[in-house]
Ligand binder design. Sequence first.
Ligand code: PHE
Length: 358
Amino acid sequence: MLEKAQQLKLQFEEKVNTAKTPADLEQLRIEFLGKKGAVASLMSELRNVPNDQKKEAGQIINEVKQFVENTIKEKNIELQKLEEERLINAAEDYDVTFPITEEKGSYHPITLVQRELEDIFAAMGFSIEDYDEIVDDYHCFEALNIPKHHPARDMQDTYYLSTNQLLKTHTSAAQNAILKKYTPELEADRPIRVIFPGRCFRNEKIDACHENTFFQMEGVMVDKDISISNLIYFMKTMLSEVFQQDITVRLRPGFFPFVEPGFELDIQCTICGGKGCPSCKDSGWLELCPCGMIHPNVLTAGGLDPEKYTGFAFGLGLTRLAMMRYGIKDIRVFNSCNLKSLSQFENATFTSPDKEVK
Ligand code: PHE
């Protein structure tokens, strides 16, 4: 009996070492511990053992049974772990839990407008730059000729961090870094031409026209002899491209400490052609883009000699443009995460501002 029990144990040890999955182990469990398994059949042989040896033989079989049970338990834990690791590794390439769907996602309307503008600017020789959302006071204000306690800061209250940093209130916050980075262009006798789209933040009470988080696209051009005529011609050409029709622009004086002179650029209403309609509040004009000639102090802060170089800057409201482009009447749509609203623009062409988006 002892011999048979030891043989059974050896047999089991051999097989358990080849088990690779929890399913293999279950097979083994049935084979050895099942009702008609090897251990049970050994037990049934106890009948034939002489009475005085029965106790000892029973003990031996029980020991083997215990051994088989414990080994299967331990091996099971080990194999479960391996199985989990295998699934995790497989999921790195392929997420098995991802629902199968025919539906594709869509671009956000602001992304669509941004990409369209980037194409237009790139065709005009502009580079495209990305810039931080968290900036310091120097870049957001001081370098832009807005010293501490300047009243112009009132309009641009934002979210301050405990690190003395803040969420940028306008894309102009990148001007200083851009001028410095692109100085080699001027040295190589080429103009600085850069656009830098970005997300901006202001402490704003939210309603249909105001959001605390919105997008702008800033642009600068610097060279020898850049004048207001360059600015006007350039803006007109660019906006005609954006709206895919000939655009009439007008400049009104506007105050921004980092430009001198500064302007508010209006475009003649594309809906009524300037006659006056609800979209332009009967004025015939739509306010679109603040701009101006870069202030000498800003050029100096950017390491450029204002006696030698001049340039213009403009700050297109991307969010505003997307509203005009797609006829979105409520700015809150953009940050709503409402896919029903946001997914309808991918294939949209020009939409009349009268067509309401809910
Ligand atoms: N940064 C200004 C704003 O957000 C807009 C602007 C940009 C004005 C460039 C002039 C030139 O209000």
